[in-house]
Design a protein around this ligand. Sequence first.
Ligand SMILES: Cc1ncc(CO)c(N)n1
Length: 221
Amino acid sequence: MSFFERLKTAASAEWRAYTGHPFTDAMADGSLPEAAFRHYLVQDYLFLIEFARAYALAIYKSPSLADMRESAAGLSAILDVEMDLHIKLCAGWGLSPGDLERAPPAVEMLAYTRYVLDAGMRGDLLALKVALAPCVIGYAEIATRLASRPGARAATNPYSVWISEYAGALYQEVAANARAQLERLASRYATPAREAELIAIFREATRLEADFWEMGWRARP
Ligand SMILES: Cc1ncc(CO)c(N)n1
């Protein structure tokens, strides 16, 4: 079993709660109230700013130049591609990038990003990449599942743009690269003695991902 499969198996309850959250199903069938999505997306913009910092930390923590380049590509995928989706969707509600940056941060956003940054600061690159794994690999898995639902990508679904972005080839490739790098790092740095510590980080980050959906879900009118 691959390292990532072992992490997922060890945190299967948390992984299910995250990847199968009702918020995601409501995006697929278009029934999610706009207010909930909007609250989620504004907080997700703030989240991505902090995640960009986490990728910058991963560059710093990289033992090799190849690792450095991988994290630099991840950083660029956030700053130059993913955030454009948020800017475009929020512009439709009359929100500028400045408005988004000034939004009051929600505790769920703070808890998740602080957790990942802390795991990365006290740990090595593998620990940091384990903390980042639920994010990028999880969204790729969620979007693929949602895209397979009938009507999910239809123009009548207000969330089709979001689903198509994360189910699209570009994001799927970012996730596949992240997964491949995780396996390479695990083969170099994961020891049986470290497995419990790494599983604990993965489980906690996955739980905080589910809490992030829950934050949006609670914002339904
Ligand atoms: C909360 C959260 N997790 C993962 C992703 C994927 O990058 C995102 N944009 N937001």
